[in-house]
Design a protein around this ligand. Structure first.
Ligand SMILES: [Zn+2]
Ligand SMILES: [Zn+2]
Ligand SMILES: [Zn+2]
Length: 524
């Protein structure tokens, strides 16, 4: 037998950190050696004083062991864990409960911190670092160690042992974490790929065991997907295909459930997605049942799994995704806005337009401002109006781009870009035909005097544009600019160039997100 070095307190701390590094995927090269070492030690002394340490070491590294280990490593770990379980599980104890009976997910993260504390000689009360609800004795109890040995076996080889609490598979615990981070709007993964993975799983197995969970997840995520945060149309396409694939599989038969026997989707998508993840596996469904519900839902599991209920969710999600895809990536029709933005005599209703554009910073008005920008750009492109009106239309569309900056959907971006590129840039290199500076820079200068002197920047711009466009209807603002400076080709071309730069930048970020630049916003 190998001669093992002594286990000091420092050594325990060191081992715990190494195992934690394996768990977090930081120590891939070392992983197999560490797992083998634990297995060897535990097999040598499954009832020894350090059995707890090697068992918890195998538990911390179990996810690695179940995935990508070298030859014989998994087998060695399973033999060792089985030996510990067999040797320790029947030991008498007076505890009514052991930590292993809790979810692993909640305790897993704390193990590296907890391990060195177990035998540091301090009672729980004296140990200010001890935050676990169980006592150290409960942790070290042979039955607890046997229990964790079984949990580790279950992580490595799901379903191989009984007598453990139902467990959300670790991979699903990660999925739940990822989905919550996305839906809380602080994604720690790429939302596009995470959502499309779930969509692909459903599309490929519309009759599969994970169907209910995937439908619930897609429903929970559909609001996010159509919020404009997903830049790739392909993600929405995949979610839509998945729901279209599952609907026939769910059928359209009514069910025998009564009111209240189906859960409500609720208004917390992150919580709903967490339930969805639990519905993916036997282990997760077991957790739901064992705890009598999760995340505030207590409807019996049957309600969640009911095909009629799921079909309702799938249809709702599909409708939202189809509508959202149209708005974000389709061709937006703005012809109906003539009624909104033209006066009965055919002139621009400039006050309604500037009032709309002034709201660009209000998130809920995103779509309104985007459509108004499209309308103005298209009207310019159609060649309507006199020189002054045409300058106003371009200035309005450029102003909108200033306000939108980041979240300009594909459906808007492509059209604006195409139209702006038709504006002749030649005047940028030519002298101005008018004396004095350009109004837009002048407005920036006026606005910089501060809110107390000139009011809101956008209100100021609105007042100037109103007067420029309809001097008979709107009083001249303080320090007005000459009409020929407004419509100066160099002034307008400069504004258009700046707006195009913003659009190119956003376009690039779409391409970084893997979306095809061609084909979506064709025709304006
Ligand atoms: Zn015990
Ligand atoms: Zn039902
Ligand atoms: Zn000029």
């Amino acid at each position: 037998m190998r001669d093992f070095p002594a286990i000091t307190a420092d050594r325990v701390r060191e081992l715990a950190d190494q195992w934690d590094a394996v768990r977090e995927g930081r120590s891939k090269d070392e992983a197999d050696r560490l797992v083998r070492d634990c297995a060897e030690r535990l097999t040598a002394e499954p009832t020894g004083e350090h059995a707890y340490l090697w068992t918890l070491g195998l538990l911390m590294t179990a996810e690695h062991t179940g995935w990508l280990t070298g030859d014989g490593v998994e087998g060695a770990a399973l033999v060792a864990l089985d030996a510990a379980d067999t040797a320790l599980r029947e030991r008498p104890c007076g505890h009514r409960w052991h930590p292993y009976e809790d979810d692993l997910g909640e305790r897993q993260d704390g193990l590296a911190h907890l391990l060195p504390l177990l035998r540091n000689g301090r009672s729980e009360a004296e140990d200010e670092q001890w935050r676990d609800t169980a006592t150290k004795e409960q942790w070290l109890c042979p039955r607890n160690i046997a229990g964790y040995a079984r949990v580790a076996i279950d992580v490595i080889d799901p379903g191989a042992v009984a007598d453990i609490p139902p467990r959300l598979p670790l991979i699903d615990a990660r999925k739940a974490q990822h989905l919550r981070s996305i839906l809380w709007d602080y994604p720690n993964v790429d939302p596009a790929y995470e959502l499309s993975d779930h969509a692909a799983a459903l599309r490929d197995h519309p009759e599969g065991d994970g169907r209910a969970g995937l439908v619930v997840i897609l429903h929970a995520a559909c609001g996010y997907a159509v919020s404009g945060r997903i830049r790739g149309k392909w993600v929405l396409d995949e979610m839509i295909q998945a729901l279209e694939a599952v609907l026939p599989a769910l059928g359209d038969k009514p069910c025998a459930h009564r009111d209240g026997e189906h859960p409500r989707a609720g208004d917390d998508p992150a919580a709903l997605a967490t339930v969805g993840v639990h519905l993916l596996s036997t282990g997760g469904r077991g957790v739901y049942q064992w705890r009598g519900g999760i995340e505030g839902w207590h409807t019996p599991l049957e309600g969640w799994l009911c095909p009629a209920f799921l079909a309702g969710l799938a249809r709702e999600a599909l409708d939202r995704l189809l509508a959202g895809r149209g708005k974000l990536f389709g061709t937006r029709d703005t012809a109906h806005l003539d009624a909104e933005y033209l006066l009965p005599d055919g002139r621009l209703d400039i006050d309604t337009l500037t009032t709309t554009y002034r709201q660009s910073w209000v998130t809920e008005h995103d779509e309104l401002v985007q459509n108004a920008a499209l309308w103005a750009a298209r009207r310019w492109a159609a060649g309507d109006g006199d020189e002054r009106e045409r300058a106003v239309l371009l200035l309005l569309a450029c102003w909108a781009v200033d306000g939108m900056v980041i979240d300009i959907p594909r459906s808007v971006l492509g059209v604006l870009q195409e139209i702006f590129e038709r504006v002749d840039p030649a005047p940028l290199d030519e002298p101005c035909p008018h004396p004095g500076g350009h109004p837009w820079e002048g407005l920036e200068r006026l606005a910089s005097r501060g809110y107390g002197v000139v009011g809101y920047r956008d209100t100021l711009i609105g007042a100037h544009l109103n007067h420029l466009c309809a001097p008979g209807d709107f009083e001249a603002p303080d320090e007005p600019f000459a009409p020929d400076a407004w419509s100066c080709p160099r002034h307008v071309a400069g504004r258009v160039r700046d707006a195009l730069e913003v659009l190119y930048e956003v376009n690039e970020s779409y391409e970084d997100d893997g979306d095809d630049a061609e084909g979506d916003a064709d025709g304006w």
